[in-house]
Design a binder for this molecule. Structure first.
Ligand code: ADP
Length: 150
């Protein structure tokens, strides 16, 4: 069973996340979308709402499971019997950041990080930009899945 964990804050999930997950479905038997809980971080959307946004986006997709976790991502992967961490890349800043995380994770475990390059039409989308647009009353309907708008 090829199982991957796609960790993130998903505050909220965006069309960029959705693109990475959908395009990864053919690579894995199961993808656990893992919402990380960091007690020091302030979120815009409560955890239950973020979970619902994701579950509704993948309704009927049996390969997708949504969970929450705290602590190290590699420890969560081990507990879930997942051998892969899935991440998306938008640009060279993402690459630089992801490189050190992936190398640290590899030094702590046998878990491989797998990177999918985002589709060009989503490379400008991030959860933090969506939050900024929401705070300032802008139109974010083309950046997020329908479940976030409900
Ligand atoms: P984190 O706080 O861990 O960065 P995010 O929810 O912001 O969590 O992102 C989770 C993953 O999704 C990361 O690998 C990030 O690079 C990727 N990602 C975020 N936005 C996009 C996008 N627009 N296109 C492709 N990948 C993305």
């Amino acid at each position: 069973m090829k199982r991957a964990v796609f960790p993130g804050s998903f505050d909220p999930i965006t069309l960029g996340h959705l693109d990475i997950i959908k395009r990864s479905l053919s690579l894995f038997d199961e993808i656990i979308i893992a919402i990380g809980i960091n007690a020091d971080k302030k979120y815009m959307f409560p955890i239950e709402q973020r979970k619902r946004h994701i579950e509704e986006s993948f309704e009927g997709e049996s390969k997708i499971i949504v969970k929450t976790y705290s602590g190290l991502t590699v420890d969560f992967c081990k507990a879930e019997n997942a051998d892969f961490i899935l991440r998306g890349l938008r640009n060279s800043s993402d690459f630089n950041y992801e490189q050190s995380i992936a190398q640290t994770n590899a030094s702590m475990s046998a878990i491989e990080s797998v990177f999918i390059m985002c589709s060009p039409q989503f490379s400008n989308i991030s959860s933090s930009i969506v939050r900024d647009v929401i705070r300032n009353g802008g139109d974010y309907t083309k950046m997020v899945p329908r479940s976030v708008l409900l």
